[in-house]
Design a binder for this molecule. Structure first.
Ligand SMILES: CC(C)(COP(=O)(O)OP(=O)(O)OC[C@H]1O[C@@H](n2cnc3c(N)ncnc32)[C@H](O)[C@@H]1OP(=O)(O)O)[C@@H](O)C(=O)NCCC(=O)NCCS
Length: 214
């Protein structure tokens, strides 16, 4: 595990909140799986990252409506977004990585890992796949990297994942990766087309992750 130090401080808002201070984080910037290179973005990625957003705008409209990649207006905006990812990484708040085929270097998917509750510590995982690369198991393979990052490098006790209860492809990813369904909120989201859906809450504990790897 990377060297991470934690310090508890009184927080002005409630006096008890835990503020994570990452005194030193030596996270790897890239990971390999059988088919993928999963790596932190670089500002030099802005040109193709903008094009990924352009071509996936509709693909992401229902379940990633607020993802900023959908509304990038220019390569310069993509560069600014990638710079914000880099800042979040340095601060230990959130980690955005792209997954690329080792054979062709093509972009296949994006992984998000975010600090959700430092007191546990608990991280969130999110993702989307390039529409052209769907149905080949790349997102599932990439999410295993997210779990490795959380449990082996960030010291997570648990990892959470939320998904729309009608998003069968996303819940398939969660379940293939070993996440346990912990709850379902019914009809709490109204989509742009007026239809309603609920939210599935998944979690994976460190002990469950270790048991799957044993
Ligand atoms: C959700 C999303 C990421 C899932 O993408 P996906 O392509 O279904 O996921 P994977 O890359 O893991 O591929 C899994 C599919 O490939 C198949 N597959 C083929 N080879 C495989 C392999 N080696 N390993 C695993 N699965 C494989 C699986 O059977 C599965 O197909 P199925 O759903 O018909 O059973 C994608 O639909 C997406 O980007 N949606 C929009 C954004 C979104 O919903 N994000 C999630 C918000 S919570």
């Amino acid at each position: 595990m990377a060297a991470i130090s934690w310090k508890r401080l009184a927080d002005a808002s409630d006096g008890w909140a835990v503020i994570l201070i990452v005194l030193m984080v030596e996270l790897p910037l890239s990971f390999e799986t059988p088919r993928l290179l999963v790596r932190a973005y670089r500002t030099g990625d802005s040109a193709w990252y903008w094009r990924v957003g352009q071509r996936n705008r509709e693909h992401l409209a229902r379940h990633e409506a607020d993802n900023p990649i959908r509304t990038l207006a220019s390569e310069d905006e993509a560069k600014a977004l990638l710079e914000s990812f880099s800042t979040a990484w340095q601060e230990g708040r959130a980690f955005f990585l792209g997954a690329f085929l080792k054979s062709t270097d093509s972009f296949v998917a994006q992984l998000y890992v975010g600090l959700h509750n430092p007191g546990v510590p608990e991280y969130s995982i999110g993702y989307f796949g390039d529409e052209a690369q769907g149905g080949r198991g790349y997102v599932t393979e990439m999410v295993t990297v997210g779990l490795t990052l959380c449990f082996e490098h960030l010291g997570a006790h648990r990892v959470r994942l939320e998904c729309d209860d009608l998003n069968t492809r996303s819940l398939g990813v969660a379940e293939r990766c070993g996440f346990v369904l912990e709850g379902r909120i019914r009809e709490n989201h109204r989509h742009a087309d007026g239809t309603l859906s609920g939210t599935l809450h998944y979690g994976l504990l460190r002990s469950e992750w270790a048991a799957r790897r044993a």
